[in-house]
Design a protein around this ligand. Structure first.
Ligand code: ADP
Ligand code: MG
Length: 589
């Protein structure tokens, strides 16, 4: 008996919907983008119960014919591309022809639509991909689409939704991303009969102020300076905050060709332009709009992703940093910008789009990871540290003079106990070692000087497609830390040498751990992935719990820990050292 059969469309659509429509916010995004693609100049969004009950989008765009109204809900039905080639010249927002098919698979949809040239419009009602009604109706030109009871037929998804507050915040975030690039379109956003946003058509400045201005978020465009630069490669314009107006919580928005994007590497460029101008835990707010030839970017084909790769990110980094600097300097906001030290800043190098060869690294011998890692592993006694870990005391716990001669005990194969003037110190042995090794590996990575232990019998690691891509990206750094790898086939590498410190481990899991760590943490820039490589290796090679330590080993470990710029917590924020004060001890008796 044959066992393969084609899935009914409704099931296929439901599966696809899981990808495209994860929550009300993704549904809203698709609907509003369709309205924009239909050249609407006025778009109303009406929401009930954070989109759970109702998500309605009304536009005055070009509308649809009777046939198109029906076709629009078929999978891969689109008026926007005809050939794969068109993908590269993409200027419209949607193009996969999947959104409406996905939405109607998981909701009850009612749509009325009319084109200017038609006397009457079309009403169509679809419940879970089944057309329950299609008829002629009278309605204004444009499209009015009502999505009710999202996920009514997918209880798991419905349960998966967060609180109304969170979902509403997601809806608004998605909405901001769109309205900030379409200032000429009039938008309103109504939630449970309350008008939350009313955005008249205007320029970018007015739009930013209308969205974020007091009393909502206190963003005044008068606190910003204008950025403007035009090169053959890219033009960038927008607004960056004057340093004196920066706050802890920043509004940071990049847009490219009319789309919101996340771009940690370009964020770094902006932050670098501000270096020395903001106190430690302050962040620059900015709204920066890029225009670039569509061939020079890889618009992520996946509709829910906001990451975009550029062909020449390193050059754009420089252009962007210079433009922001200039803007800040022009308004003589920067005291004096010291271009000598500016030149020494270590600029990470991203992998270009579709690159196959190994990326080249420029290495700054003065590179100090802690300098750059304010948020993750801040320097001692910064206010960033305070913000991250609350009321934690700045008291020095580990004092070298004390450690040198004090007695040490190991408890339970996990903790090192030592007396100090303040009380009893308890050190987590594994975490202490992770923190020490993390620093060592970072150091070795930034100088590409990890030692290699050649293997007698090379091992083979087999990888998935995206692991292969990741591998290419980080290959130079893996080599720098001591791996000797050679690509064997399109999906495998042979491991011929490993970092000396990992020589006693099985190399495949060590490498596998690095890849999954880099991927899970979404590390995208060399700085970020080096941190993850260091973190992963540190975890793989640190002394495990249960290992008995001699007194010398304990003293050595604690001494090395005390020498770190930050020893109370691991780079991930886990406690390494805890103090049981004499008072606390006393109270127990
Ligand atoms: P895509 O936007 O990727 O083409 P969708 O499923 O979002 O796919 O929409 C399918 C088609 O329906 C669009 O290509 C467009 O022709 C039509 N359409 C959808 N929404 C609207 C709208 N608000 N106004 C006019 N046409 C629309
Ligand atoms: Mg669309």
């Amino acid at each position: 008996m044959d066992i393969i059969h084609l899935l009914p469309d409704s099931v296929a659509n439901q599966i696809a919907a899981g990808e495209v429509i994860q929550r009300p916010a993704s549904c809203l995004k698709e609907l509003v983008e369709n309205s924009l693609d239909a050249h609407a100049t006025r778009i109303q969004v009406i929401v009930r119960d954070a989109g759970r009950t109702l998500l309605q989008v009304i536009d005055n765009g070009i509308g649809m014919s009777e046939t198109d109204a029906r076709l629009a809900f078929e999978r891969h039905a689109t008026s926007k591309i005809r050939e794969a080639q068109d993908l590269f010249a993409l200027r419209t927002m949607g193009f996969r022809g999947e959104a409406l098919a996905s939405i109607c698979a998981v909701a009850q949809v009612e749509m009325t639509t009319r084109r200017a040239e038609d006397e009457v419009g079309t009403l169509i009602e679809i419940h879970g991909s089944d057309v329950v009604r299609q008829e002629v109706c009278s309605c204004p030109v444009g499209t009015n689409i009502k999505v009710s009871n999202l996920f009514y037929n997918v209880p798991v998804r419905r349960k998966f939704l967060k609180t109304d507050q969170t979902e509403l915040r997601n809806l608004l975030t998605e909405f901001y991303h769109i309205v900030l690039v379409y200032p000429k379109v009039n938008f309103t956003f109504v939630h449970n009969d309350e008008i939350l946003l009313e955005l008249p058509a205007g320029g970018e400045k007015q739009r930013i102020e209308a969205v974020f201005g007091n009393p909502k978020r206190n963003v005044y465009t008068s606190s910003f300076v204008e950025v403007e630069t035009e090169t053959d490669l890219v033009s960038v314009h927008g607004f960056v905050i004057k340093p004196e107006n920066a706050t802890r919580k920043a509004e940071q928005y990049f847009f490219v060709n009319g789309r919101y994007m996340r771009h940690p590497y370009f964020l770094k460029a902006v932050q670098t332009a501000y270096s020395g101008m903001l106190s430690n835990d302050y962040q620059p707010s900015f709204f920066l709009y890029f225009e670039i030839s569509p061939e020079a970017i890889d618009v992520n084909i996946h509709p829910t992703k906001t990451e975009i790769k550029f062909a020449d990110e390193q050059t754009i980094f420089q252009i962007l940093m210079a433009a922001v600097r200039e803007a800040l300097g022009k308004f003589s906001l920067a005291p004096t910008i010291d271009f000598d030290t500016a030149g020494a800043i270590d600029i990470p190098v991203p992998a270009p789009v579709g690159q196959v060869s190994r990326p080249q690294m420029t290495v700054d011998p003065g590179y100090n990871p802690f300098r750059q890692r304010g948020a993750v592993y801040p320097e001692k006694k910064t206010s960033g540290w305070e913000r991250l870990y609350g009321e934690e005391s700045h008291e020095e716990l580990l004092r070298p003079a004390e450690i040198e001669s004090c007695p040490l005990w190991q408890y339970n194969g996990r903790y090192i106990l030592l007396p100090s003037e303040q009380g009893l110190l308890i050190v987590n042995q594994h975490r202490a070692h992770v923190a020490i090794l993390y620093m060592q590996y970072l150091e070795q990575l930034s100088h590409a000087q990890g030692g290699t232990q050649q293997m007698l019998f090379p091992e083979v690691i087999t990888l998935t497609k995206d692991e292969m891509v990741l591998m290419e990206q980080i290959a130079a750094d893996l080599k720098g830390i001591g791996f000797d790898l050679e690509q064997l086939s399109p999906d495998s590498y042979s491991i011929q040498g490993v970092p000396a410190q990992t020589a006693d481990r099985s190399p495949v899991p060590v490498l596998q751990h690095i890849l999954s760590q880099v991927r899970e943490r979404g590390a995208e820039t060399p700085i970020e992935w080096r941190e993850q490589i260091a973190q992963s290796l540190a975890e793989s090679t640190a002394i495990p719990y249960g290992r008995n330590l001699t007194e010398n080993e304990m003293r050595d470990l604690v001494t090395r820990l005390a020498a770190l710029p930050q020893y109370k917590r691991t780079p991930e924020g886990k406690t390494i050292v805890s103090l049981m004060s004499d008072d606390e001890l006393g109270r127990r008796f």
